[in-house]
Design a protein around this ligand. Structure first.
Ligand code: BG6
Length: 632
């Protein structure tokens, strides 16, 4: 019996990252749900389907496209004569596991990253109501779950699991006793939850209900099917349009789509937005890992930045020039991109832009005013740390610009200026091509504001060609692979850089840490003498990025200092230097040199991760997008 799978799935399926190869199971069990008492809350994925295909297979395929977000168990529920659930710890199964569910036209699914409650089959989602009239899956964390659970225990409810999710299910049941209407019961229960949550519910009457506050939720439609998901990528090849559900809204389908304001219970109008994600072929296309494929896509994403009409910048340029303060903000790799964007605004556009990282308690909160402007680069557009700052900024009428790769994201929705990276799906948890596109965008923005947009575009076109040539030369890969073998044995790795390359060595540090789990430390070259010089001794590896710019002399001076103390120096530069023990040549691309320089560092991190046998596309303990906060 062969089921018609949505187009594009089979190729994706065959190409799935080996999330759960043997070592990663070990890695999986090594994933703590709390680190020194601080709960490391991660993300889950939800998916729902109503349509003409076999629901269990479409949902399974949807979950596989959400797999890159990280998970430790999964589950699918469909409605046949009654609701049937198949849920397990471990890797999302193959089709037969979906096939052992009856055929149906409606179903929901979930990938879980354990927060409350261990990694067990029974804790996996979806969770049944007591009378099995509905089941529920959740993405997020109910911060007041203990109080709610205590109240429900007093009312005689029994709990089979340690999850906060089950508390939501019992709370809905409690509301249902009075309202007799499941939608209304969901609405009332959801109002009592605190924390960032999204839930999806399948009912025995063939309805799907979903409610959102914080964790992402988008609805995809074509003329015959409806998809519900945590991100557009999971249904991209099959949906023509999306409806983005905002925080404080719920959506249900009862033959037609209805969007409700959770607070008032009132129906809301909604917009169908076109998406051009169709082209999102999500497979490794012959590369060993998504990471290597995505690094190779960097020249393409730079061309995407160049080819977007200059008009996209018009009104934005005025806003940037008029702003009293310009901030850039991001987390992780996007935080480094934010810093490089601020650098380019200062250097090329003479704008006093400053960057903050999302994870900081943004001490400027009180200083934020309606005359300020914030620029937020983000791959997912859902990073909780950054959203928290942007929500406060919005309340203070600060102008918000976002540069996002995932269509339909929260950050895009809340922005006054909405820029997309158009980098295509980035599956590897370690961001590479999106980072490159973010800083290329920042460079172009700086040039356009300074009235040199044309020169900026020309320089980026040259950069894209040079980068493509660099990546196509196998000798560059062989050289870096050899160094990766050597550095993979290090305990500590230091990186030196300055001026345009300071953020580049910071990003190189992040990549090495993410992929090899080795401690790396990016040092501003000028700071070496103030502290890090004490760590320099025979054989200590120091990767230095030096370019033909105003900082060259300082950086080479720092190189001589570490060399004099016996360090092993790996130089990334367009010209060699006698102090380099190993030399990684890169083409000289002038003003865009920093963007070129990140490529050998991304490749170094990649080959180190491969050399060490790590799960390259899904390193331990990190996820592609952290849509909730740390939690004590
Ligand atoms: C981290 C990712 O969890 O979140 C990083 O591992 C990313 O790669 C960071 O840079 C911020 O995510 P986003 O989606 O805002 O770019």
């Amino acid at each position: 019996m062969s089921f018609l799978l949505p187009v594009g799935i089979t190729s994706y399926q065959a190409e799935l990252p080996k999330v759960f190869s043997s070592n990663s199971i070990g890695c999986l069990s090594a994933i703590p749900t709390s680190i020194n008492g601080r709960r490391w809350i991660n993300i889950c994925g939800i998916f729902g389907y109503i349509g003409k295909q076999n629901a269990s297979e479409v949902v399974l395929a949807g979950l596989k496209r959400l797999e890159y977000r990280g998970y430790d168990s999964w589950g699918i529920a469909i409605l046949a004569d009654q609701i049937k659930i198949n849920k397990k710890v471990g890797a999302i199964g193959d089709l037969n596991q979906a096939l052992n569910l009856p055929k149906s036209s409606i179903g929901v699914g979930h990938t879980r990253w354990a927060t409350h409650g261990g990694v067990t089959d029974i804790n996996a989602h979806p969770h049944f109501s007591t009378d099995k009239s509905f089941c529920l899956a959740q993405n997020g964390i109910v911060e007041n779950y203990q109080k709610l659970k205590d109240d429900l225990l007093k009312k005689g409810y029994k709990f089979q699991t340690e999850t906060d999710t089950e508390v939501i299910v019992r709370l809905i049941e409690e509301k249902l006793k009075k309202t007799r209407d499941l939608k209304e019961a969901v609405r009332q229960a959801f109002l009592e939850l605190s924390g960032r949550n999204t839930v999806i519910i399948l009912t025995k009457y063939g309805r799907i209900i979903a409610a959102r506050n914080g964790s992402p939720l988008v609805v995809g439609v074509n003329n015959k099917e409806i998809f519900f998901s945590s991100d557009t990528l999971s249904f991209a090849p099959f949906a023509d349009k999306i409806v983005v559900i905002d925080n404080g809204q719920m959506v249900y389908y009862n033959g037609k789509l209805n969007v409700i304001d959770i607070k008032s219970g009132k129906s809301l109008p909604y917009r169908l937005e076109k998406i051009d994600f169709h082209s999102s072929k999500v497979d490794k296309e012959g590369y060993d890992h998504f990471m290597l494929k995505e690094i190779h896509e960097s020249p393409y994403v730079i061309n995407q930045i160049v080819n977007r009409a200059e008009s996209q910048f018009e009104n934005f340029i005025k806003a940037v020039k008029q702003a009293k303060n310009v901030y850039t903000i991001g987390s992780g790799t996007a935080g480094v991109a934010a810093s490089q964007i601020a650098f380019y605004l200062r250097v090329f556009a003479k704008i006093k832009a400053q960057s903050v990282i999302g994870a900081d308690i943004f001490e400027y909160y009180d200083l934020l005013s309606k005359d300020d402007l914030i620029i937020a680069p983000s791959q997912s557009g859902e990073t909780a740390d950054v959203l928290e700052v942007l929500e406060i900024a919005k309340k203070r009428k600060v102008k918000i610009a976002s540069l996002v790769n995932m269509p339909g994201s929260t950050m895009t929705r809340m922005s006054d200026f909405r820029f997309m990276s158009f980098a295509g799906p980035e599956i590897c948890v370690m961001s590479t091509k999106v980072f490159t596109s973010q800083i290329a965008w920042g460079y172009l923005l700086g040039k356009v504001i300074s009235g040199k947009g044309k020169v900026g575009r020309e320089n980026l076109k040259i950069l894209s060609q040079e980068m493509e040539r660099y990546l196509d030369a196998q000798s560059n890969h062989e050289l870096i692979k050899k160094l990766a073998k050597r550095l993979g044995k290090s305990k500590d790795i230091f990186l030196l850089g300055k001026y345009q390359n300071f953020n580049i060595i910071k990003e190189g540090m992040i990549k090495i840490i993410e992929g090899s789990y080795i401690h790396a430390h990016g040092i501003p070259a000028g700071d070496l003498k103030h502290y890090a010089i004490t760590l320099m001794e025979k054989g200590v590896p120091v990767v230095v990025v030096v370019s033909e710019d105003v900082a060259k002399g300082d950086v080479l001076n720092a190189v001589n200092q570490v060399k004099a103390r016996g360090a092993t120096v790996i130089g990334i530069s367009s010209t060699s230097h006698p102090s380099f023990d190993h030399y990684i040549p890169v083409p000289n691309t002038g003003e865009t040199q920093a963007i070129m320089n990140i490529i050998p560092l991304q490749l170094l991190a990649y080959y180190m991760a491969v050399e060490l046998g790590h799960n390259v596309d899904k390193p331990r303990n990190i996820a592609k997008s952290v849509t909730v906060k740390y939690y004590n």
